[in-house]
Write a protein that binds this ligand. Structure first.
Ligand code: NDP
Length: 507
């Protein structure tokens, strides 16, 4: 068994089998009845204990990111970045910090197929001595929206039609081709390239997508984006391979991750950052807070930080993965969120989802405990399922006759960063996309042109997907991608026409 307190199991040493209050069974399968074959008795507390608990085994699945896999590992610093970030986890080369990563798909339900065309979540919780740090990232460096009020609206279109209970290409593409939502075109180019169907979690990258603000111990700060690049190399499935595997082995990526770690073939990733000053941000042709844009490598080169190695499977999937609660609000000194509005809304929404799924004391579940730092705040107490002793007889306020240590109070933080000014006002960012919203999609199309068959696969993957939609929606899709490249639009049209005569599998 692991010495790691986040990955343990509490099995009774003598292995005596009991009911949930510790009463040893005489016979786990005997039921109390009137005579041997008569009706059951209400007094059979063991049967009721077992059936009632069974009814409560499931907790609400995440909405979205319901379906996922994960494992533990360690992060090791390989390069000094103390000029950029003062967090203790980066303090010296060679330093290791334990982490948990959960990979996921986004739109599908908990039992859905691992190989679905979808972005992949790449969420990591680092157990640092300064508290738990969560990097709640994706395998795409950008996202579909930059305006957080769009999120529930958008996600609904990727899920099921309320009447047919089916995934619905009309809903899917109606949303995405509505002029003001075409800011998603860059992300759609990635999603419908073969990177939309990774061959395994081991063979994909993770990206912060959002801009963060990191500062050093002197209070100097930079905008930062994080890239976690796979050491196994990028490997993708074609659309048809992904469809076939979804049918034959829907748990393909779970199996791949578990079995590789179990046999000691530990996957690893190299962590890089891109940094930008406030002055550089002012000169960008787009907002530094726009989640639909990347920072070009030639202007903002990758700087290596460390490596992540996944070397320990969870002992129990439910305990460590289903109950894992990630939130971008979980941060450590010297790593701050930027004003990216989608990130700002996630700071609220993720922890709120866990309060709903797991309860107000979700941070007491071992996998979520900041065990390397320890939690002490006697004002945060009580609530359902309080299992950590509730700070015993500590006063439930900061009592004047007690000592409290506040070591962080002189740390330079946000007052040294941007200054915001202006009235409170409604602001709807995502107006009709300007040409700037197509520039990086065009750049990516050129990148795909250098990889064998990738422009053709993009057209095929889009054409196959949109073939099930109404002709008017299909035309909107062709028009939108023609704005990226005329040839791409024409090829999508050809693929739609081919599909009309011979329907092809799609996911
Ligand atoms: P470069 O020309 O320096 O490099 C191309 C980038 O594209 C590499 O990061 C590569 O990833 C990535 N890539 C290759 N195929 C795909 C795909 N199917 N889906 C997503 N990414 C892919 O990049 P630039 O910085 O000049 O940007 C050009 C375009 O590359 C951007 O518009 C963006 O779409 C894409 N990109 C850029 C990133 C960035 O942070 N600048 C990050 C990821 C994508 P790899 O190195 O793993 O091969």
């Amino acid at each position: 068994m692991s010495a790691n307190p986040t990955n343990t199991s509490d099995v009774r040493g003598d292995r005596v089998v009991t009911n949930s209050t510790g009463y040893p069974y005489n016979d786990p399968f005997a039921t109390q009845r009137v005579g041997q074959h008569g009706p059951l008795l209400m007094q059979d507390a063991n049967l009721i204990d077992s059936l009632a608990h069974f009814n409560r085994e499931r907790i609400p699945e995440r909405n979205p990111h319901a379906h996922g896999s994960g494992a533990f590992g360690y992060f090791e610093v390989t390069d000094d970045i103390t000029d950029i970030c003062g967090s203790a986890m980066f303090s010296e080369i060679g330093k290791r910090t334990r982490f948990l990563t959960r990979f996921s798909t986004v739109g599908g339900e908990k039992g859905s197929a691992d190989t679905a065309r979808d972005p992949r979540g790449f969420a990591t919780k680092f157990y640092t001595e300064e508290g738990n740090l969560d990097w709640v990232y994706n395998n795409t460096p950008i996202f579909f929206i930059r305006d957080p009020s769009k999120f529930p609206h958008f996600i609904h279109t990727q899920k099921r039609n309320p009447q047919t209970n089916l995934k619905d290409p009309n809903m899917f593409w109606d949303y995405l081709t509505t002029p003001e939502n075409q800011v998603a075109v860059h992300q759609l180019m990635i999603l419908f390239s073969d990177r939309g169907t990774p061959a395994s979690y081991r063979h994909m990258n993770g990206y912060s997508g959002h801009t963060y603000k990191w500062s050093n111990k002197k209070g100097e700060w930079h905008y930062v984006q994080v890239h976690i690049l796979t050491d196994q190399g990028i490997k993708n499935l074609t659309n048809d391979e992904a469809v076939e595997i979804a049918g034959k082995n829907p748990d393909y990526c779970q199996q791949d991750l578990y079995e590789n770690i179990a046999k000691g073939n530990y996957p690893s990733w190299t962590v890089y950052i891109q940094t930008m000053t406030e002055e550089q941000a002012k000169k960008l042709p787009f907002s530094v807070f726009d989640l639909t844009k990347v920072w070009p490598h030639k202007d903002f080169p990758l700087r290596r930080v460390g490596k992540m190695v996944m070397n320990e499977n969870p002992l129990n999937y439910f305990a460590s993965i289903e109950q894992a609660a990630f939130s971008p609000a979980n941060t450590v000194p010297y790593q701050e969120p930027s004003a990216d509005p989608v990130l700002q809304s996630r700071l609220f929404a993720y922890a709120d989802a866990h309060r709903y799924r797991l309860g107000a004391n979700f941070h007491q579940i071992p996998v979520n405990c900041p065990y390397a730092s320890k939690f002490f705040n006697p004002v945060i107490r009580d609530g359902p399922m309080n299992v950590d002793g509730n700070f015993g007889n500590e006063p439930n306020y900061y009592a004047s006759n007690k000592q409290y240590q506040i070591p962080n109070q002189d740390r330079p933080i946000q007052q040294h960063q941007e200054v915001w000014n202006g009235p409170a006002q409604p602001f709807h960012w995502a107006t009709s996309p300007g040409d700037i919203d197509f520039v990086q999609a065009r750049d990516l199309y050129k990148v795909l042109g250098k990889q064998k068959d990738q422009q053709e696969h993009l057209a095929y993957n889009i054409g196959t997907h949109v073939a099930g939609a109404d002709p008017e929606i299909q035309q909107r899709v062709i028009d939108m991608f023609s704005r990226v490249d005329e040839g791409l639009g024409a090829n999508i049209r050809k693929e739609i026409e081919k599909n009309a005569s011979a329907p092809t599998a799609k996911i």
